[in-house]
Ligand binder design. Sequence first.
Ligand code: AMP
Ligand code: MG
Length: 433
Amino acid sequence: MTAPDTLAVIAARLAGYDPKALRVEVAQDFIAQLLSTPSEQGEVPLRQALGRVLSADMVSPLNVPAFDNSAMDGFALRGSDLQTDSATRLRVAGTSLAGQAAAAELPPGGCQRIMTGAVMPPGLDTVVPQELVQIEATADGEYISIPPGLLQAGDNRRLAGEDLARGAIALRRGRKLRAADIGLLASLGLAQVPVWRRLRVAILSTGNELVEQGQALPPGGLYDSNRHTLWALLEELGVEVIDLGLVRDDPQALRDAFSRAAREADAVISSGGVSVGEADHTKAVMAELGDVLFWRVAMRPGRPLAIGRMPSDSGPGTLLFGLPGNPVAVMVTFYAFVREALLRMSGATPEPLLSLQAISTQTLRKKPGRTEYQRGIVSRNATGQWQVAITGNQGSGILSSMCQANALVVLDHDQADVQAGDWVTVWPLAALA
Ligand code: AMP
Ligand code: MG
């Protein structure tokens, strides 16, 4: 096996590679080339498969529904018995209930009372809902009368296999399973689901100013929030989190933490300590243990970013994301660079990100030459169109702006100032969960 290309070699192949002002899209293209794919799979019970990624196509072993059945409570009849210019009168013979085997064949001119989900009696292809008929009890039995023009042959009948045909692919490999998928797999009678192993992602915070919750805040200290934000983002993504804690600005402590990540995790995410002129040892230890590039990305918030790969004893190595320290920058760089990378490494085929166009309610100052992610509040205006207002202070340390926002306003690299009334692109935060 030949050794993988170094990061510098990969970077040299990229058009527009400028580590001091790297375009967001170039950074994304770069990261996309570093991603390992999962190899271990196993089976989990149906309900544990929620949020997991399918490791195989799920082929339907049966027709769903398994038989033609009624979509309504009413009367099953032959469509060919329907009169077009006068009422149709049919004699009622028996009842089909859900869960019963198919009824016997009916004589011509007959119909059968039928409940939703009951097997269509042989030869009958149409159901008239009970609220459309008049029922008549006579000495000779019960009759229904259907006014003309209300019904066509085949109405209110569900065909065998119309949801899923036997042999069809119900869900594709790479699908990250949602609520409807769990129900669909259940409708196929499956109790076990093949999935990829959950990705293991290690997190740590660096910075001597940081303090754990529950401890008194010393002068100059601040509580470590990034590690908890990252934990929450990763939980929402459905990966397994290995929390390496708050790591002191000490080479050996940092070495221990990153080495453990290389042994145990598929990826490691740190925050802080990667900016230019940073006094601490984080960058040096990253470079010592792995093949790492330190970038300034043309984005706001975000700028400093370290991307690397640490060799591991087995497997393709551990991907390293050194995110900036500022709390909003952590979230934005996670959404811009980490989220999709981890989904792909989990074996998932990411769905296109749902974004909106919204009308800016205000002027936004924006310099061309960097991508900006402003925190926005999307609402509907009086005519029902989406509009967006910016939360107050856009500083990269103002985490409350992320709490107030329900969306990120994404202003692309070449965009200049936005005028009130202009359309802008918005990523609803709900779509990023
Ligand atoms: P740095 O990138 O290390 O220069 O950090 C930039 C800013 O983010 C500094 O004000 C740090 O105090 C702050 N910061 C770094 N790490 C964390 C963290 N884990 N939680 C909250 N704030 C942090
Ligand atoms: Mg720092």
